[in-house]
Design a protein around this ligand. Structure first.
Ligand code: TRP
Length: 452
Protein backbone atom coordinates (compact mmCIF):
# COMPACT_ATOMS: atom_id res chain seq x y z
CA UNK A 1 0.00 0.00 0.00
CA UNK A 2 2.82 2.33 0.86
CA UNK A 3 4.47 1.64 -2.47
CA UNK A 4 1.17 2.38 -4.20
CA UNK A 5 0.91 5.66 -2.30
CA UNK A 6 4.50 6.37 -3.30
CA UNK A 7 3.62 5.86 -6.94
CA UNK A 8 0.53 8.05 -6.74
CA UNK A 9 2.04 10.88 -4.74
CA UNK A 10 4.56 12.60 -6.93
CA UNK A 11 5.08 15.49 -9.25
CA UNK A 12 1.43 15.19 -10.26
CA UNK A 13 0.44 16.54 -6.84
CA UNK A 14 3.23 18.99 -6.14
CA UNK A 15 4.14 20.23 -9.59
CA UNK A 16 1.36 19.58 -12.06
CA UNK A 17 -1.88 20.05 -10.16
CA UNK A 18 -1.08 23.57 -8.95
CA UNK A 19 -0.11 24.82 -12.38
CA UNK A 20 -3.01 23.29 -14.31
CA UNK A 21 -5.36 24.69 -11.67
CA UNK A 22 -3.82 28.09 -12.33
CA UNK A 23 -4.07 27.69 -16.11
CA UNK A 24 -7.71 26.66 -15.81
CA UNK A 25 -8.54 29.51 -13.45
CA UNK A 26 -9.28 27.55 -10.29
CA UNK A 27 -12.64 26.90 -8.63
CA UNK A 28 -14.75 25.14 -11.24
CA UNK A 29 -11.78 23.14 -12.48
CA UNK A 30 -10.98 21.95 -8.96
CA UNK A 31 -14.58 20.90 -8.43
CA UNK A 32 -14.64 18.88 -11.65
CA UNK A 33 -11.32 17.33 -10.63
CA UNK A 34 -12.71 16.31 -7.24
CA UNK A 35 -15.81 14.85 -8.89
CA UNK A 36 -13.59 12.90 -11.27
CA UNK A 37 -11.53 11.56 -8.36
CA UNK A 38 -14.62 10.22 -6.61
CA UNK A 39 -16.71 9.06 -9.57
CA UNK A 40 -13.97 7.79 -11.87
CA UNK A 41 -10.69 7.59 -9.97
CA UNK A 42 -11.76 5.70 -6.86
CA UNK A 43 -13.72 2.96 -8.69
CA UNK A 44 -10.87 2.41 -11.16
CA UNK A 45 -8.28 2.46 -8.40
CA UNK A 46 -10.20 -0.34 -6.68
CA UNK A 47 -10.55 -2.17 -9.99
CA UNK A 48 -6.84 -2.04 -10.83
CA UNK A 49 -5.69 -3.16 -7.40
CA UNK A 50 -8.24 -5.96 -7.52
CA UNK A 51 -7.08 -7.17 -10.93
CA UNK A 52 -3.51 -7.37 -9.70
CA UNK A 53 -4.36 -9.03 -6.44
CA UNK A 54 -6.53 -11.76 -7.96
CA UNK A 55 -4.18 -12.61 -10.83
CA UNK A 56 -0.86 -12.00 -9.04
CA UNK A 57 0.49 -10.59 -12.31
CA UNK A 58 1.52 -7.24 -13.76
CA UNK A 59 -0.52 -5.25 -16.28
CA UNK A 60 -0.43 -7.20 -19.54
CA UNK A 61 -0.38 -10.64 -17.94
CA UNK A 62 -3.15 -9.73 -15.51
CA UNK A 63 -5.46 -8.56 -18.26
CA UNK A 64 -4.78 -11.67 -20.34
CA UNK A 65 -5.35 -14.02 -17.45
CA UNK A 66 -8.34 -12.35 -15.82
CA UNK A 67 -10.27 -11.73 -18.97
CA UNK A 68 -8.75 -13.05 -22.15
CA UNK A 69 -5.75 -12.79 -24.45
CA UNK A 70 -7.22 -9.96 -26.48
CA UNK A 71 -7.38 -7.70 -23.41
CA UNK A 72 -3.61 -7.71 -23.41
CA UNK A 73 -3.90 -4.72 -25.73
CA UNK A 74 -5.16 -2.53 -22.88
CA UNK A 75 -2.03 -3.51 -21.00
CA UNK A 76 0.02 -2.84 -24.12
CA UNK A 77 -1.40 0.67 -24.39
CA UNK A 78 -0.39 1.13 -20.76
CA UNK A 79 3.19 0.18 -21.52
CA UNK A 80 3.30 2.76 -24.30
CA UNK A 81 1.75 5.40 -22.01
CA UNK A 82 4.33 4.70 -19.33
CA UNK A 83 7.03 5.26 -21.92
CA UNK A 84 5.54 8.62 -22.93
CA UNK A 85 4.97 9.89 -19.37
CA UNK A 86 8.41 8.90 -18.16
CA UNK A 87 10.09 10.77 -21.01
CA UNK A 88 8.94 14.20 -19.82
CA UNK A 89 8.42 13.38 -16.14
CA UNK A 90 12.16 12.69 -15.87
CA UNK A 91 12.89 16.23 -16.99
CA UNK A 92 10.88 17.79 -14.15
CA UNK A 93 12.28 15.24 -11.73
CA UNK A 94 15.72 16.47 -12.75
CA UNK A 95 14.72 20.03 -11.83
CA UNK A 96 14.27 18.92 -8.21
CA UNK A 97 17.93 17.88 -8.09
CA UNK A 98 19.05 21.29 -9.27
CA UNK A 99 16.85 23.18 -6.84
CA UNK A 100 18.10 20.97 -4.05
CA UNK A 101 21.65 22.10 -4.90
CA UNK A 102 20.62 25.71 -5.33
CA UNK A 103 18.89 25.77 -1.96
CA UNK A 104 21.91 24.23 -0.29
CA UNK A 105 23.92 27.13 -1.67
CA UNK A 106 21.35 29.72 -0.64
CA UNK A 107 21.11 28.28 2.84
CA UNK A 108 24.86 28.41 3.31
CA UNK A 109 25.70 31.66 1.53
CA UNK A 110 22.51 33.63 1.94
CA UNK A 111 19.48 34.15 -0.25
CA UNK A 112 19.83 37.04 -2.72
CA UNK A 113 17.76 40.10 -1.73
CA UNK A 114 16.72 40.95 -5.23
CA UNK A 115 15.70 37.41 -6.14
CA UNK A 116 13.41 37.21 -9.14
CA UNK A 117 11.91 33.73 -9.36
CA UNK A 118 10.57 34.08 -12.90
CA UNK A 119 13.79 35.13 -14.66
CA UNK A 120 15.76 32.76 -12.45
CA UNK A 121 13.69 29.77 -13.53
CA UNK A 122 13.49 31.07 -17.09
CA UNK A 123 17.23 31.12 -17.59
CA UNK A 124 17.51 27.66 -16.05
CA UNK A 125 15.08 25.87 -18.40
CA UNK A 126 16.66 27.29 -21.55
CA UNK A 127 20.09 25.94 -20.59
CA UNK A 128 20.10 22.82 -22.77
CA UNK A 129 23.21 21.13 -21.39
CA UNK A 130 22.02 21.39 -17.80
CA UNK A 131 18.56 20.17 -18.75
CA UNK A 132 19.87 17.07 -20.48
CA UNK A 133 22.38 16.28 -17.73
CA UNK A 134 19.76 16.57 -14.99
CA UNK A 135 17.29 14.36 -16.85
CA UNK A 136 20.09 11.87 -17.49
CA UNK A 137 21.07 11.81 -13.83
CA UNK A 138 17.51 11.17 -12.77
CA UNK A 139 17.04 8.46 -15.36
CA UNK A 140 20.22 6.76 -14.17
CA UNK A 141 18.87 6.82 -10.63
CA UNK A 142 15.57 5.33 -11.74
CA UNK A 143 17.22 2.57 -13.78
CA UNK A 144 19.46 1.66 -10.85
CA UNK A 145 16.52 1.16 -8.51
CA UNK A 146 14.58 -0.88 -11.07
CA UNK A 147 17.62 -3.06 -11.78
CA UNK A 148 18.03 -3.78 -8.08
CA UNK A 149 14.33 -4.58 -7.82
CA UNK A 150 11.73 -2.57 -5.98
CA UNK A 151 11.93 -4.90 -3.01
CA UNK A 152 12.80 -3.93 0.48
CA UNK A 153 15.21 -1.09 -0.12
CA UNK A 154 12.84 1.35 -1.69
CA UNK A 155 10.01 0.46 0.62
CA UNK A 156 12.06 1.11 3.69
CA UNK A 157 13.18 4.46 2.36
CA UNK A 158 9.63 5.38 1.39
CA UNK A 159 8.41 4.60 4.87
CA UNK A 160 10.93 7.01 6.32
CA UNK A 161 10.74 9.83 3.81
CA UNK A 162 7.05 10.12 2.94
CA UNK A 163 6.10 11.14 6.49
CA UNK A 164 8.93 13.69 6.40
CA UNK A 165 7.47 15.20 3.23
CA UNK A 166 4.03 15.37 4.88
CA UNK A 167 5.57 17.05 7.91
CA UNK A 168 7.24 19.75 5.85
CA UNK A 169 4.07 20.34 3.87
CA UNK A 170 2.08 20.85 7.06
CA UNK A 171 4.63 23.36 8.30
CA UNK A 172 4.60 25.18 4.96
CA UNK A 173 0.83 25.15 4.99
CA UNK A 174 0.80 26.67 8.44
CA UNK A 175 3.01 29.57 7.47
CA UNK A 176 1.35 30.04 4.08
CA UNK A 177 -2.02 30.43 5.78
CA UNK A 178 -0.71 33.39 7.79
CA UNK A 179 0.27 35.23 4.61
CA UNK A 180 -1.93 38.05 3.47
CA UNK A 181 -2.80 36.38 0.17
CA UNK A 182 -4.11 33.20 1.81
CA UNK A 183 -7.76 34.19 1.69
CA UNK A 184 -7.60 35.08 -1.95
CA UNK A 185 -5.79 31.81 -2.65
CA UNK A 186 -8.46 29.69 -0.98
CA UNK A 187 -11.14 31.65 -2.81
CA UNK A 188 -9.41 31.01 -6.12
CA UNK A 189 -9.20 27.29 -5.44
CA UNK A 190 -12.56 26.62 -3.83
CA UNK A 191 -14.98 29.22 -5.23
CA UNK A 192 -16.20 27.77 -8.52
CA UNK A 193 -17.02 30.00 -11.45
CA UNK A 194 -18.41 27.80 -14.19
CA UNK A 195 -18.25 30.54 -16.78
CA UNK A 196 -14.49 30.00 -16.74
CA UNK A 197 -14.68 26.30 -17.56
CA UNK A 198 -14.29 24.84 -21.05
CA UNK A 199 -14.61 21.28 -22.35
CA UNK A 200 -10.88 21.13 -22.72
CA UNK A 201 -10.58 21.98 -19.02
CA UNK A 202 -13.01 19.22 -18.09
CA UNK A 203 -10.94 16.70 -20.01
CA UNK A 204 -7.79 18.01 -18.36
CA UNK A 205 -9.39 17.57 -14.91
CA UNK A 206 -10.40 13.99 -15.68
CA UNK A 207 -7.06 13.24 -17.30
CA UNK A 208 -5.28 14.59 -14.26
CA UNK A 209 -7.38 12.41 -11.97
CA UNK A 210 -5.90 9.43 -13.81
CA UNK A 211 -2.41 10.88 -13.83
CA UNK A 212 -2.21 11.80 -10.17
CA UNK A 213 -3.58 8.44 -9.03
CA UNK A 214 -1.29 6.50 -11.42
CA UNK A 215 -4.36 4.99 -13.08
CA UNK A 216 -5.20 4.08 -16.64
CA UNK A 217 -2.06 2.18 -17.54
CA UNK A 218 -1.99 -0.77 -15.22
CA UNK A 219 0.60 0.54 -12.76
CA UNK A 220 -1.73 -0.13 -9.83
CA UNK A 221 -2.34 -3.66 -11.12
CA UNK A 222 1.30 -4.38 -10.38
CA UNK A 223 1.03 -2.97 -6.85
CA UNK A 224 -2.19 -4.89 -6.25
CA UNK A 225 -0.28 -8.08 -6.97
CA UNK A 226 1.96 -7.35 -3.97
CA UNK A 227 -0.92 -7.14 -1.47
CA UNK A 228 -1.27 -9.92 1.08
CA UNK A 229 -4.28 -12.18 0.73
CA UNK A 230 -6.11 -10.86 3.79
CA UNK A 231 -5.50 -7.17 3.06
CA UNK A 232 -8.51 -5.26 1.79
CA UNK A 233 -8.31 -3.96 -1.76
CA UNK A 234 -10.88 -1.30 -0.98
CA UNK A 235 -9.15 -0.03 2.14
CA UNK A 236 -5.82 0.23 0.34
CA UNK A 237 -7.33 1.95 -2.68
CA UNK A 238 -9.41 4.35 -0.60
CA UNK A 239 -6.41 5.32 1.48
CA UNK A 240 -4.22 6.05 -1.54
CA UNK A 241 -6.93 8.17 -3.15
CA UNK A 242 -7.58 10.17 0.02
CA UNK A 243 -3.90 10.84 0.75
CA UNK A 244 -3.14 11.80 -2.82
CA UNK A 245 -6.02 14.26 -3.01
CA UNK A 246 -5.18 15.83 0.33
CA UNK A 247 -1.58 16.42 -0.69
CA UNK A 248 -2.56 18.02 -3.99
CA UNK A 249 -4.94 20.42 -2.23
CA UNK A 250 -2.45 21.38 0.45
CA UNK A 251 0.33 21.95 -2.09
CA UNK A 252 -1.92 24.12 -4.20
CA UNK A 253 -3.12 26.18 -1.25
CA UNK A 254 0.49 26.81 -0.23
CA UNK A 255 1.63 27.88 -3.66
CA UNK A 256 -1.30 30.16 -4.38
CA UNK A 257 -0.98 31.86 -1.02
CA UNK A 258 2.58 32.75 -1.91
CA UNK A 259 1.57 33.94 -5.37
CA UNK A 260 -1.31 36.10 -4.15
CA UNK A 261 0.86 37.57 -1.41
CA UNK A 262 3.40 39.00 -3.83
CA UNK A 263 1.72 40.59 -6.82
CA UNK A 264 4.86 40.67 -8.94
CA UNK A 265 5.11 36.90 -8.73
CA UNK A 266 1.85 36.21 -10.50
CA UNK A 267 2.99 38.01 -13.65
CA UNK A 268 6.28 36.09 -13.55
CA UNK A 269 4.43 32.79 -13.05
CA UNK A 270 2.13 33.52 -15.96
CA UNK A 271 5.11 33.28 -18.30
CA UNK A 272 5.88 29.70 -17.27
CA UNK A 273 3.21 28.07 -15.15
CA UNK A 274 5.13 24.80 -15.45
CA UNK A 275 7.80 26.30 -13.23
CA UNK A 276 5.41 27.26 -10.43
CA UNK A 277 6.73 24.75 -7.89
CA UNK A 278 10.24 26.06 -8.38
CA UNK A 279 9.35 29.75 -8.32
CA UNK A 280 7.05 29.94 -5.31
CA UNK A 281 8.78 27.73 -2.79
CA UNK A 282 12.17 29.44 -2.45
CA UNK A 283 10.31 32.70 -1.81
CA UNK A 284 8.33 31.07 0.96
CA UNK A 285 11.21 29.24 2.63
CA UNK A 286 13.65 32.11 2.70
CA UNK A 287 11.27 34.85 3.70
CA UNK A 288 8.48 33.36 5.81
CA UNK A 289 9.02 29.87 7.19
CA UNK A 290 10.72 29.27 10.54
CA UNK A 291 13.89 27.20 9.95
CA UNK A 292 13.37 27.83 6.25
CA UNK A 293 17.11 27.65 5.62
CA UNK A 294 17.18 24.15 6.94
CA UNK A 295 13.97 23.03 5.33
CA UNK A 296 14.39 24.41 1.81
CA UNK A 297 17.00 21.93 0.57
CA UNK A 298 15.29 19.15 2.47
CA UNK A 299 12.02 20.00 0.75
CA UNK A 300 13.42 19.66 -2.77
CA UNK A 301 15.19 16.49 -1.76
CA UNK A 302 11.89 15.04 -0.63
CA UNK A 303 10.08 16.22 -3.76
CA UNK A 304 12.83 14.53 -5.75
CA UNK A 305 12.26 11.43 -3.71
CA UNK A 306 8.51 11.54 -4.30
CA UNK A 307 9.30 11.84 -8.00
CA UNK A 308 11.65 8.85 -7.80
CA UNK A 309 8.99 6.58 -6.30
CA UNK A 310 6.83 7.56 -9.28
CA UNK A 311 9.49 7.19 -12.00
CA UNK A 312 10.38 3.72 -10.78
CA UNK A 313 6.73 2.71 -11.01
CA UNK A 314 6.59 4.04 -14.56
CA UNK A 315 9.79 2.32 -15.65
CA UNK A 316 8.71 -0.84 -13.86
CA UNK A 317 5.53 -1.01 -15.97
CA UNK A 318 7.53 -0.67 -19.19
CA UNK A 319 10.37 -2.98 -18.16
CA UNK A 320 8.17 -5.67 -16.60
CA UNK A 321 6.41 -6.10 -19.91
CA UNK A 322 9.71 -7.18 -21.46
CA UNK A 323 10.64 -9.21 -18.38
CA UNK A 324 7.34 -11.08 -17.94
CA UNK A 325 6.10 -11.38 -21.50
CA UNK A 326 9.26 -11.42 -23.57
CA UNK A 327 11.65 -13.26 -21.29
CA UNK A 328 14.21 -10.44 -21.17
CA UNK A 329 16.48 -10.31 -18.10
CA UNK A 330 15.55 -7.61 -15.58
CA UNK A 331 18.88 -5.87 -15.88
CA UNK A 332 18.79 -5.77 -19.68
CA UNK A 333 15.16 -4.69 -19.74
CA UNK A 334 15.61 -1.86 -17.25
CA UNK A 335 18.76 -0.48 -18.88
CA UNK A 336 17.43 -0.91 -22.42
CA UNK A 337 14.07 0.72 -21.74
CA UNK A 338 15.75 3.45 -19.71
CA UNK A 339 18.12 4.25 -22.58
CA UNK A 340 15.37 4.44 -25.20
CA UNK A 341 13.15 6.57 -22.97
CA UNK A 342 16.08 8.83 -22.19
CA UNK A 343 16.52 9.49 -25.91
CA UNK A 344 13.00 10.91 -25.99
CA UNK A 345 13.61 12.68 -22.66
CA UNK A 346 16.45 14.59 -24.32
CA UNK A 347 13.97 16.00 -26.83
CA UNK A 348 11.67 16.99 -23.96
CA UNK A 349 14.54 18.52 -22.00
CA UNK A 350 15.41 20.76 -24.93
CA UNK A 351 11.85 21.77 -25.70
CA UNK A 352 11.30 24.31 -22.94
CA UNK A 353 13.22 26.98 -24.78
CA UNK A 354 16.69 25.50 -25.22
CA UNK A 355 16.04 24.50 -28.82
CA UNK A 356 13.70 26.72 -30.79
CA UNK A 357 12.41 24.05 -33.15
CA UNK A 358 11.65 21.47 -30.45
CA UNK A 359 10.04 24.16 -28.31
CA UNK A 360 7.40 24.94 -30.91
CA UNK A 361 6.99 21.60 -32.63
CA UNK A 362 4.60 19.75 -33.21
CA UNK A 363 1.88 22.18 -32.03
CA UNK A 364 -1.08 19.84 -32.41
CA UNK A 365 -2.91 20.32 -29.11
CA UNK A 366 -4.73 23.27 -27.61
CA UNK A 367 -4.62 24.20 -23.96
CA UNK A 368 -6.49 26.76 -21.88
CA UNK A 369 -3.90 29.39 -22.68
CA UNK A 370 -3.47 28.68 -26.38
CA UNK A 371 -1.57 26.16 -28.45
CA UNK A 372 0.55 23.66 -26.52
CA UNK A 373 3.93 24.26 -27.94
CA UNK A 374 6.89 21.90 -27.82
CA UNK A 375 7.59 18.19 -27.40
CA UNK A 376 7.39 18.32 -23.60
CA UNK A 377 3.93 19.91 -23.46
CA UNK A 378 2.63 17.82 -26.34
CA UNK A 379 3.61 14.51 -24.77
CA UNK A 380 2.18 15.58 -21.41
CA UNK A 381 -1.08 16.51 -23.06
CA UNK A 382 -1.19 13.34 -25.16
CA UNK A 383 -0.52 11.04 -22.22
CA UNK A 384 -2.70 12.59 -19.52
CA UNK A 385 -5.61 13.86 -21.58
CA UNK A 386 -5.89 11.05 -24.11
CA UNK A 387 -3.91 7.89 -23.41
CA UNK A 388 -4.74 7.56 -19.70
CA UNK A 389 -8.51 8.18 -20.05
CA UNK A 390 -8.67 5.75 -22.98
CA UNK A 391 -6.69 3.13 -21.05
CA UNK A 392 -8.92 3.78 -18.05
CA UNK A 393 -11.97 3.19 -20.21
CA UNK A 394 -10.55 -0.19 -21.22
CA UNK A 395 -9.98 -1.02 -17.56
CA UNK A 396 -13.56 -0.17 -16.58
CA UNK A 397 -14.86 -2.50 -19.29
CA UNK A 398 -12.45 -5.22 -18.23
CA UNK A 399 -13.17 -5.02 -14.51
CA UNK A 400 -16.88 -4.20 -14.73
CA UNK A 401 -18.09 -6.21 -17.70
CA UNK A 402 -15.59 -8.83 -18.74
CA UNK A 403 -14.63 -10.06 -15.28
CA UNK A 404 -17.23 -12.23 -13.55
CA UNK A 405 -18.95 -10.34 -10.77
CA UNK A 406 -18.66 -13.42 -8.59
CA UNK A 407 -14.89 -13.08 -8.66
CA UNK A 408 -14.86 -9.35 -8.06
CA UNK A 409 -17.45 -9.47 -5.27
CA UNK A 410 -15.54 -12.08 -3.32
CA UNK A 411 -12.30 -10.13 -3.57
CA UNK A 412 -13.71 -6.69 -2.83
CA UNK A 413 -15.86 -7.68 0.10
CA UNK A 414 -13.01 -9.39 1.89
CA UNK A 415 -12.28 -7.28 4.99
CA UNK A 416 -13.77 -4.25 3.27
CA UNK A 417 -14.25 -1.04 5.28
CA UNK A 418 -17.81 -0.22 6.29
CA UNK A 419 -18.35 2.61 3.79
CA UNK A 420 -17.91 0.23 0.89
CA UNK A 421 -20.87 -1.14 -1.05
CA UNK A 422 -20.18 -3.64 -3.80
CA UNK A 423 -23.36 -2.68 -5.66
CA UNK A 424 -22.39 0.98 -5.77
CA UNK A 425 -18.90 0.14 -6.98
CA UNK A 426 -20.28 -2.11 -9.71
CA UNK A 427 -22.66 0.63 -10.83
CA UNK A 428 -19.84 3.14 -11.03
CA UNK A 429 -17.39 0.86 -12.80
CA UNK A 430 -20.00 -0.41 -15.28
CA UNK A 431 -21.87 2.80 -16.05
CA UNK A 432 -20.81 6.03 -14.38
CA UNK A 433 -17.06 5.94 -15.01
CA UNK A 434 -17.06 4.70 -18.63
CA UNK A 435 -19.99 6.87 -19.69
CA UNK A 436 -18.50 9.97 -18.06
CA UNK A 437 -15.11 9.47 -19.68
CA UNK A 438 -16.60 8.61 -23.06
CA UNK A 439 -18.97 11.57 -23.01
CA UNK A 440 -16.16 13.95 -22.17
CA UNK A 441 -13.95 12.57 -24.94
CA UNK A 442 -16.81 12.93 -27.44
CA UNK A 443 -17.57 16.49 -26.35
CA UNK A 444 -13.95 17.50 -26.53
CA UNK A 445 -13.65 16.09 -30.02
CA UNK A 446 -16.91 17.74 -31.09
CA UNK A 447 -16.71 21.12 -29.34
CA UNK A 448 -13.36 21.39 -27.62
CA UNK A 449 -11.27 21.59 -30.77
CA UNK A 450 -8.47 20.02 -28.80
CA UNK A 451 -6.23 19.33 -31.78
CA UNK A 452 -5.65 21.10 -35.03
N1 TRP B 1 0.95 9.55 -10.08
C1 TRP B 1 2.26 10.06 -10.28
C2 TRP B 1 2.26 11.52 -9.91
O1 TRP B 1 1.28 12.07 -9.56
C3 TRP B 1 2.76 9.85 -11.68
C4 TRP B 1 2.72 8.42 -12.06
C5 TRP B 1 3.49 7.45 -11.58
C6 TRP B 1 1.84 7.81 -12.95
N2 TRP B 1 3.11 6.24 -12.11
C7 TRP B 1 2.12 6.45 -12.95
C8 TRP B 1 0.83 8.30 -13.72
C9 TRP B 1 1.37 5.58 -13.71
C10 TRP B 1 0.09 7.41 -14.51
C11 TRP B 1 0.35 6.07 -14.48
O2 TRP B 1 3.29 12.15 -9.96
Amino acid sequence: MLAAAGSAIGLGNLWKFPFITWDNRGGAFVLVYLAAIVAVGLPIMIAEIMLGKTTQKSAVGAMREAIGPRWGIVGGLGVFTGFVILSYYTVVAGWTLRYFWKCLGWSLNGFPDAFEPGPHFGSFVVDGTTQVLLAGAFMALTVTVVVLGIGRGIERVTRALMPALFGILILLFGSAMTMQGAGEALGFIFRPDFAELEWGGVLEAVGHAFFTLSLGMGAMITYGSYLQKKESVVAAGGMVVALDTLIAMVATAIMFSVIFSSPGLSTQISKSTAGMLFMTMPALFYTAVPFGKLLAPLFYLLVGFAALTSTISLLEVVASYFIDQRGVKRRTAAIGCGAVIFAVAVLCALSNGAHAGLSSWPAIFHGPTGIKAGVFNTLDHLASNWLLPIGGLGLTLAAGWALSSKASRAELERNAPRWFSYGVWLFFIRFVAPIAVLTILVFVIAFGRDFS
